[in-house]
Each structure stands twice: as C-alpha cells, then as structure tokens.
Design a protein around this ligand. Sequence first.
Ligand code: DAK
Length: 260
Amino acid sequence: MTASPVLSRDADGVRVITVDRPDKLNALDRQTLEALDAAFAAAADADQVRAVVLTGAGPKAFVAGADIAQMNALTPIEGREFSLLGQRLMRRIERLPKPVVAMVNGYALGGGLELAMACHLRIAADSARLGQPEVNLGLIPGFGGTQRLLRLAGRAAALELCLLGAPIDAARALQLGVVNRVVPAAELEAETMKLAAQLAASAPLALRGILDAVVLGGECPLEEGLQFETAQFGLLFASEDMREGTAAFLEKRRPQFRNR
Ligand code: DAK
C-alpha cells in the first residue's frame, strides 16, 4: 500500500492538512486531489474541528501546481475528470462551514495558488513565491484561478499574473491583496497556529454565518446578498452562543462558545 500524499493532524480544535509530496514540490496529481477532497470532507464532518490549516510539506513549496508529468499524459476524457476533481475540491474548501487558512510556506504556483485562493485566509512566508504560470505551458488556469484572482485582487492583478505568467514575491502578493499577511519564514508556523487558534476559540456558528454571507452572499447581486446577510443575522438569535457572547460582554468575562 502506498502512503497517502495528504496528512492530517489535530491540535486544540485546529486540523492541519499537509500535502506531502515534497520531492515533487507537492504537485497535485489525481491521487493527491482525491486525498485532499476526502481530508476536507472529514474536517467538515468532525465536530471537534473548528478551523483548518492547509500547507505543503518541506521547506520549498506550498504546492507547485498541478502535476505536469501526469497532466502531459492525460487523454481528453481523463483531462475532464481531472478538471472536475480539482473544481470540486476548490469549491468544497471555499464552501467549508469552518474557516480555512492557507499557510503558504514556499512556491504556490498554478493549481497551488488556486488552492490557496480557495481558502478563506492566506498567510505567507516572506520567502514564498506565487503565480499563475500556466500560460508558459500553453494553458490557462483551470481550477478557478482566473475567477478567484479577479474577485480577490481585481482585474489588473488577475491579468498581470495570468498574462505574464511570472511568479511574484510575498511582499507584492500582499500589496495586491492576494495574501492577507506576510511573516518571516521562521515564524510562519507559529503565527499561523496563533491565527488558527483564535478562529478555533471563536463562535463557530457566527464564523459559519460570516463564511456563508461573504462566500455565498458575495456571489449574488447586492440586494440578494443583503437579504442573505439579514437571514444569517436573524438565525443567530436562536443560538446559545449569541446569548453567551452578549452576556459575557455585559458580565465583563470571556465567553465560552459551545457551537450551539
Ligand atoms: N508538476 C510535477 N512535478 C513538479 C512540478 C509540477 N508542477 N513542480 C516541480 N516538480 C518536480 C520537478 O520536476 C522535480 O522533480 P525531479 O526532476 O526531481 O523528479 C522536483 O519537483 C523539484 O523541482 P525542480 O528541480 O524544478 O526545483 P527548482 O527549485 O529547480 O524549481 C520551480 C522550482 C517551482 C521553479 C520549478 O519546479 C517549476 O517551475 N515547477 C513548475 C511550476 C509550474 O509551472 N506550475 C504550474 C503547473 S500548471 C486543469 C486545471 C488546472 C491545471 C491544469 C489543468 N484542468 C481543468 C484540466 C493547473 C495547471 C498547473 O498548475
């Protein structure tokens, strides 16, 4: 039996999912996409998991893209299957009812940047390099890169990255809004786990409401999005956590959220 290309471990309400193909810079082959899809489905179902961190094994790469060697040999039917698998995974991550943080520890290229952009927050090492180099292979991004980059960072950034195909450094990615934070490489793990711990201690139903309102509401026209937000807001008045959060404020103590 071959080892899984994806590892999962839990630490205080945070599930850390690691793409584990460091000798191939964590490139996404079919087996890895399938294993990631299963890992995220499991994280969604696990009650004790309140936040997820996604990263790549080794010091060099988050994910250096779709596996070019495997892609090169695909038939059109297999290419379609590969595309469906990738699109399903990205959508599953984006719609996960728990916050997902991409810990970008090195190259995030092609499908790797697309994977990071499907996550809700991105924190990058100052040594990371990010890009959509598909044009250099005679391709275009195929796991939602043109659309998520456009929505995340705007038309100028999407066209710059996709048309030129050249990777950018972490500082430029921060400037363009492609990542949320940049930290020294040596502090990446500690800073990411601190961020994830904060999310894991937060009110899960409120987090879910925010993710739904921003991710799903953001796909609607403004009027519908506002109605969606109102519905989510009203729903939280049925939760024990909302009573606890407001009571804790009034009683000048820390709230204890219980996901109810
Ligand atoms: N795929 C397969 N193997 C890869 C890889 C990749 N994307 N990236 C690196 N590797 C492998 C290398 O081949 C090498 O393997 P060995 O030769 O040792 O067996 C090993 O990882 C180490 O890489 P290097 O020796 O190249 O390391 P360097 O430090 O010299 O260079 C690099 C690092 C990141 C600059 C370089 O590896 C590189 O340029 N990698 C390719 C980056 C890239 O072009 N990524 C985008 C891939 S295209 C689709 C949807 C989506 C997509 C496709 C289809 N459909 C809808 C069907 C997505 C496409 C992409 O992501």
